[in-house]
Design a protein around this ligand. Structure first.
Ligand code: COA
Length: 135
């Protein structure tokens, strides 16, 4: 069953502006080391951050919390499989929230997909609950 969906569209130029203005302070507050490593070694650093920003916003919507002041952004993080497919990991408050919304006897799976076409970056997140022990 589907527990939640979320989407977000993020302007890459706005992220570039924030990077120019706040640099490390912004990056360290919002992104994990894995996300930073991926973005910093790419030519399109702002686009890579913008996709991950969109993923965090989309995930917070799928979790039903939306965006709150003081939210721990690094508790929703994107990594990539060897194929390039993105994977969302939740920790801290986001993992707690996921646990609360998951029915007994089920496990939650977070699906995420990202795309960008300058100046836009977009993410969709779907949270699925599967009965434990099913494929
Ligand atoms: C997946 C693919 C269609 C992405 O298309 P694109 O137009 O270049 O890029 P988009 O802006 O639409 O999407 C990029 C995002 O797609 C996602 N993505 C990449 N590979 C993916 C895959 N195998 N499955 C699902 N999502 C994937 C990533 O999240 C990526 O953003 P990120 O790298 O910042 O995390 C394209 O890269 C592809 O066909 N890959 C197949 C494998 C491949 O050719 N690998 C090249 C190295 S051999």
């Amino acid at each position: 069953m589907i527990l939640g969906i979320g989407t977000d569209l993020c302007n890459i130029e706005r992220i570039q502006g924030t990077l120019d203005r706040f640099g490390e302070r912004f990056v360290n507050r919002v992104f994990t080391e894995t996300e930073r490593r991926k973005a910093e070694r790419r030519r399109d650093t702002a686009g890579t951050y913008a996709k991950r920003w969109a993923a965090k916003e989309a995930c917070s919507k799928a979790l039903g919390t939306g965006l709150r002041m003081g939210i721990a952004w690094r508790d929703m993080a994107v990594s990539n499989l060897r194929t390039g497919q993105p994977v969302m990991h939740v920790t801290g408050w986001a993992a707690d929230r996921l646990g609360q919304m998951t029915p007994d006897g089920h496990e939650a799976i977070i699906h995420v997909t990202l795309t960008d076409d300058h100046p836009w970056a977009q993410a969709f997140v779907v949270i699925e609950a599967r009965p434990r022990g099913s494929a």
